[in-house]
Design a protein around this ligand. Sequence first.
Ligand code: AMP
Ligand code: MG
Length: 399
Amino acid sequence: MITYKEAYNSVLKNTTSWGLETVHITASTNRILATDVFADRDFPPFHRATKDGIAINFKAIQKGETTFPIEGITSAGSPQMTLKNTQNCIEIMTGAVLPENTDTVIMYEETEIENGKAFIRKKPEIGQNIHRKGSDEKQGDLLLKAPLKITSAEIGVLASVGISEVSVFKNPKAVIISTGNELVEVNQTPLPHQIRKSNSYSLLALLEAEKIEADLMHLIDEPEIIKKKLSEALKTNDVLLLSGGVSKGKYDYIPQILNELGVEKVFHFVLQQPGKPFWFGIHPTLKTFIFSFPGNPVSTFANYHIYFKDWFAACFGLKKTAFEAILAEDISGSETLTKFIKVKTYFESGQLFAEAIPENGSGDLTSLSRSDGFVKIDPGKGKVLKGTRVSFIPTRKII
Ligand code: AMP
Ligand code: MG
């Protein structure tokens, strides 16, 4: 059996790419930008007034002028005006182009306007209240470096440089496969010996957040049926995410059948808890990746976050974000296993603390909604003391 570290490294070593595609900007959130984005013009593209008030020529101030006849008015969206007489002023609104022959903006709050003249109450600083042309970025500057996950901030940048069709990395086509005779649909009432399939829906929600298109499939514990359906799934998908049927039980047919279908096993069983019977493999010619997680809901959920998320990011060349949390209490590790312990987190004095939540083993699905993620406790550590900084794998947004 391999260690968690070995398993993690071999998953991350086996990355791939599904090419590029173009999507409309409104569909690009959470996709991975594939080409660099440059400034198509200066940012801002002109000297922009940042206050409502009057635009003046500072030379008039140096001559001791405090009253400025108003020559005109300019607002955002109007072409640049010219101040004809530098003893005068032009009323200017936020976002407007600074008129030619002016260099300073005084806000209305510091003026009094009467009979077509603006009187200033306070001596201004030269150049104040102007967002200068090109002061954020110069034309041709690199604004977004690919690969990069597109969030609302990037959407704003893309829009401002006029990119409505965004070049992104293609996501894999995935199928989520539940296994087991005991499972019934969400809308069914289970008999006393049955349970509803929950893994399929939590995985679907996780993939949806990554904008990965996924179908749902169910396999009953019948080797012939499993083989037929898996053979089809391998051909029509890039990624298979299975839950259940990979342990040592009499009806855990998945590893054997994947093997018969020509999938190459990378590993099976990892020295970790939960999620030990994890099976990972690749079909060498179809290039289909198979993440076959043990069926216990906590195991499936943990392994998705431990392995799949980082693998998916690595497929685009994205760097892994490593989080740490400080233990708020002592936590017991294991001699041989890497333990992933469900925790609730909180911030105190700007630091993230984690405390284990009461749980009832890896079948305890409801505890997932009370936790914010897992802390990783390395093997052979015995008891890890309160105050120790440990690796933290978030399973939800914590800020
Ligand atoms: P298995 O890995 O197939 O031995 O399943 C381990 C445990 O997880 C069993 O109690 C299953 O009933 C349960 N389980 C398997 N698949 C799912 C699923 N899709 N949703 C909820 N529980 C599941
Ligand atoms: Mg099963």
